[in-house]
Ligand binder design. Sequence first.
Ligand code: F6P
Length: 323
Amino acid sequence: MKNIAVLTSGGDAPGMNAAIRAVVRTGIAKGWDVYGVQHGYAGLMSGDMRQLGQRDVGGIIQQGGTILGSARAPEFKTEEGRRKALRQLQSRGIDGLVVIGGNGSQTGSNALSQMGFPVVGIASTIDNDLYGSEMTIGVDTALNIALEAIDRLKITASSHQRAFLLEVMGRDCGYIALMSGIAGGAEFMVIPEVEVKPETIANEIREAYRRGKKHAIIVVAEGAKYNAEALIQYFKQHSEVVGFELRATILGHIQRGGMPGAFDRILATRLGAAATAALARGEHGVLVGLNKGQITTTPLSEVVKHKKQIDLSLVELARELDR
Ligand code: F6P
C-alpha cells in the first residue's frame, strides 16, 4: 500500500476530526501519502481531494464537525456513481480508502469493497445504530448535550409544575432518547423500538403528578411513531387528563454540533489508528469498532446485513426507576 484516502460521510459527528487526524498521522508514519476527500462520496465521485500533511490535521482534535466536510450523495447509490469514484481513486494511484460514517456510509463502503477496492470503515454516527460497534464516534458527546437539555428543562419544569417534552435525534434508533432519559431521570422515554400509545404516556404522567412529582420530563426520539408533533397534538386535545401543563422543545441539530468529549476523542483516535493498521496488514472490507472495550473488525457485508438492537432491559430499568 502506498497511498490512501480518507473521507467523512453522512451526518457529521463530534470526534470525526480526531479520527481523520489519527488516520493521517498513522498513515504517514507508515510511509504512505494520505489524501483527504472533501464532502464524502460526492467529492470522491468528482475527485475533490488533496494530500494532507501532519500540520494539516494539527489543532483539530477538539473541533466538532469534520474538516473534510460531509454530504449525503444519492448518486453514489448507483453503480455508475461508484464506478466514477473508483476511476478517481485509480487515476491518483490511491490503493486504500477509509470511510468514517454510519449506516448509509458503510453501505457505500461495502459496495466499493464488493467491487474489489480495499476499504476500511470507521464506526461514526451520533445515533449509535451501527452494527459492529457497541459505541460509535459522536454518540457520547451528543448524549451529553441531550442530558444537559434535560437537566435544564427539569429546573424550569419544577419551578412551574409543568411537563416538558424533549425531542432528541434518532431516526431509527432510540439510543439517545433512552440513555439521556435514564441519565437525566426522565419520567418517560418514547423510542422507535417500543411502540407506546399517547394515552399510556398521559396516564403515566398523571400518575407521576398524583405521586407528588413537581415536573414530568418525556424524552422522545424523532423516529418514534408518536414523535413530538404527534404527542403535542394529542396532549392539546386531552389537556384535562394529563394534569400538567405541557411545553415542548425540539433539540435537533444542536446535538450534532458539539465539541467532542474525551470519550469520543479517544475512541476516534483508536479507531483511526486501527483502520490504517488493518489496511497495513492487508485486512479490508471491514468496519473497525469497539466491542467489550476492545477494538475489533467486523466484515462490512455483516455490518450492512444486521440491524443493531437496543438493550431492552434498559427500558425495563427506566420504568422501575421512575417512581
Ligand atoms: O446522523 C444521524 C442523524 O443526526 C439522525 O439522528 C437524524 O435523523 C439525521 O442524521 C438528520 O440528517 P440531516 O442532517 O441530513 O437532516
